[in-house]
Design a protein. Sequence first.
Length: 72
Amino acid sequence: MALDQKEEEYGVIYVCCVCHHVINEKETLNCIEGYARKYTGVKFSHGLCPKCFKQEVAKMNACIVESQGNLI
């Protein structure tokens, strides 16, 4: 049974747990956004949730502080 048939029968989409790409019936990888757009017509918009935003700002601030320290 091809993966697409399994998806239709069981409502399961096979996603790589490392890269998060969808594995199709030919065992090729597709990004989740492209897969969803192709089969459902939905579009994705990317952003940061509040938790990730705080983490990314902290990383950027640490890089700024580190780079300023290297100038001295």
